[in-house]
Ligand binder design. Structure first.
Ligand SMILES: CC(C)(COP(=O)(O)OP(=O)(O)OC[C@H]1O[C@@H](n2cnc3c(N)ncnc32)[C@H](O)[C@@H]1OP(=O)(O)O)[C@@H](O)C(=O)NCCC(=O)NCCS
Length: 159
């Protein structure tokens, strides 16, 4: 796909992003354990990347500051790409760019709840010691270091 622009999230993008993620995930998504880490939290817009073609939003990934045990980590999600724009590498590029931005901003690691076959390609691995604030399939809790020698996140994740 050509003519795609990737840029950090702007305040005026929020409505289009929520519309995209609502359609991608369907009703009930706010019941997820991951949403416990977004409620009452403030999105890190500079690290949250959107993909655009002209005025059309094609994809979005959001990043959130959280505490895990005694440390801090950036929490990735949701990520969504418009159905008719999928399988062109937009999702992977969004993940790469938000991780690069987080590394540049000094974050040591990023974690998420998602499918290991997808995120494994982008360097994510199981984070067995992260506890989520709600029911979750622990095999879907994944992390990736952003700095050399970064310790794996461990402990309860919370806002
Ligand atoms: C997941 C999503 C963001 C991927 O976006 P995308 O732009 O199509 O991603 P990419 O082009 O980088 O990668 C596409 C590849 O990943 C695969 N893939 C997509 N979702 C996958 C998943 N959940 N598990 C394993 N593989 C997956 C596709 O089959 C495709 O494989 P191919 O390259 O062999 O054809 C998009 O499918 C989406 O918005 N899904 C609905 C929302 C969602 O489920 N988000 C969270 C995922 S855990």
């Amino acid at each position: 796909m050509t003519d795609i622009t990737y840029r950090p999230e702007a305040p005026q993008d929020a409505a289009a992003i929520l519309d995209l993620t609502d359609r991608a995930f369907g009703p009930g998504r706010f019941a997820k354990a991951a949403d416990r880490l977004r409620e009452g939290n403030t999105v890190l817009r500079a690290l949250s990347i959107s993909a655009w073609r002209g005025e059309a939003l094609l994809g979005s990934v959001r990043m959130w500051p959280v505490k895990v045990g005694d440390g801090e980590a950036v929490f990735l999600g949701p990520i969504a790409v418009e159905a008719d724009a999928r399988k062109h590498g937009i999702g992977q590029r969004l993940v790469e760019l938000c991780c690069e931005a987080a590394a540049q901003a000094g974050w040591g690691c990023v974690f998420l709840v998602g499918d290991a076959p997808y995120f494994g390609r982008m360097g994510f691995a199981a984070a067995p010691d992260v506890r989520m604030p709600g029911p979750v399939d622990q095999r879907r809790v994944l992390w990736k270091p952003l700095a050399e020698g970064a310790a794996a996140p461990a402990g309860m994740a919370r806002v």
